[in-house]
Design a protein around this ligand. Structure first.
Ligand SMILES: Nc1ncnc2c1ncn2[C@@H]1O[C@H](COP(=O)(O)OP(=O)(O)OP(=O)(O)O)[C@@H](O)[C@H]1O
Ligand code: SF4
Ligand SMILES: [Mg+2]
Length: 385
């Protein structure tokens, strides 16, 4: 297939060695009736040109809010960026004018959402919608814009693309609609594609086809991809690097192979145990992580995972660990991309990660504190603990 555009031509890593996207200490809050929701709490990461980065974590951990903040698409007035910087290809996105930001969205950074119907206009043909995107960003005439639309639909594997320009979104199956939305995201040859749960609404076979499509088109166009999902299984075969989020923090990051082979953060250990592993015969029972994420309006002083963590030690209850080399008490700065980092005072060993529990029947600090409280209450009441 001919390349209709080539993001790789100018999307190489910047001459100063910088990344395509640099996010530093990003913080986002929402005002709500129950108080301030601390949705993103000092997130720092990079995306290199052409890279496939996975962002995983349970529902509500801040995956979507992080990407919406990058694109300045937070719902207003509730959502607010309260700190940090976002630099894309050398441009400070948080201080970019509104018009320049609109032009950047779609042309340089595009997003694919879970539900295509939220991005496609139900009363306009897909041909019109694609042409509109091209003409909003270029001076191309209608015929040329239509030609680009046809080529992009062919790129995403839509059969009979020319004829289908006249169809409305409801005339496509779910999988085909998702292809149209991917075409819409790709039509301007963006350097970065943010795919937020792009396959959750689809059945399993179509899911695999769409993931494969995203990987293939990213390769063909040179776009970097940030793939957001709550499913570690999805990112396993697709990404080069993974970031695990919990309660608005990045709690672990490593290359995909390293993270699967040597998870260090107890939350990652739990996530890994909650998916079936083909290399283990696929027969293992799925183990949901017990407990619930913290209330983001009242974040604890210590590690936000402590109430659910069997590895918790006393320090975990009072100090939130920085993202650093596993076992180090210092935050990691200036380390090479792909370096394995975890935010944990008492990371799991390989044996513990395999077993899914700490060695020697360790009682977590939270459990120990609970037992102590129960014993004290029993003593105060004059009953045997
Ligand atoms: N408009 C809003 N008002 C108040 N809180 C919000 C709003 N939007 C998001 N949040 C809160 O921000 C936190 C992070 O939400 P986010 O949508 O990023 O989660 P997520 O990781 O994408 O989850 P999911 O896997 O369910 O998509 C959640 O606790 C959520 O309740
Ligand atoms: S061991 Fe401590 S710091 Fe590490 S995840 Fe558990 S509670 Fe958090
Ligand atoms: Mg989300």
């Amino acid at each position: 297939m001919t390349r209709i555009y080539d993001a790789s031509a100018d999307a190489t890593t910047r001459a100063d060695g910088g990344s395509l996207l640099q996010v530093r200490d990003l913080r986002v809050e929402f005002s709500s009736s129950s108080g301030r929701v601390h949705a993103v709490n000092g997130v720092s990461f990079d995306v290199q040109a052409h890279e496939l980065l996975g962002i995983v974590g349970e529902s509500g951990c801040g995956k979507s809010v992080t990407s919406l903040a990058i694109l300045r698409l937070l719902p207003k007035p509730a959502g607010r960026i309260t700190g940090g910087t976002v630099t894309f290809d050398g441009t400070d996105l948080l201080h970019l004018g509104d018009e320049a930001m609109r032009d950047l969205r779609g042309r340089q950074v595009a997003m694919i959402f879970q539900d295509p119907m939220t991005s496609l206009n139900p009363v306009t043909t897909i041909g019109e919608q694609l042409v509109e995107v091209v003409q909003a960003h270029t001076k191309l005439r209608r015929k040329a814009a239509e030609q680009r639309a046809i080529e992009t639909l062919e790129l995403v594997g839509l059969p009979n693309a020319k004829a289908r320009l006249k169809n409305f979104p409801h005339q496509f199956s779910g999988g085909m609609r998702q292809r149209v939305m991917i075409a819409m995201a790709l039509i301007m040859g963006p350097k970065l594609l943010i795919a937020d749960e792009p396959t959750t609404a689809l059945d399993v076979t179509i899911q695999a086809q769409i993931l494969d499509l995203i990987r293939r088109v990213a390769q063909e166009t040179g776009a970097a991809v940030m793939l957001i999902t709550h499913d570690l299984g999805v990112v396993a075969g697709m990404t080069q690097r993974i970031q695990v989020m919990y309660a608005g923090h990045i709690v672990e990051t490593a290359t995909t192979d390293e993270l699967f082979a040597h998870p260090r953060h107890p939350y990652t250990v739990g996530l890994l145990r909650s998916i079936p592993r083909l290399d283990e015969g696929g027969s293992r029972e799925l183990l949901p992580i017990e407990g619930l994420p913290p209330d983001l309006t009242r974040l604890p002083a210590g590690c936000p995972f402590a109430p659910r963590c069997a590895w918790a030690i006393e320090r975990c209850l009072t100090e939130n660990p920085p993202l650093g080399l596993p076992g180090s008490a210092e935050p990691a700065t200036g380390v090479a991309l792909g370096t394995h980092l975890a935010a944990c005072w008492n990371p799991a060993t390989d044996d513990e990660a395999r077993a899914g529990v700490p060695a020697n029947g360790h009682i977590s600090a939270v459990e120990a504190a609970g037992r102590e409280r129960a014993a004290a209450a029993a003593t105060a009441l004059g009953v045997e603990p």
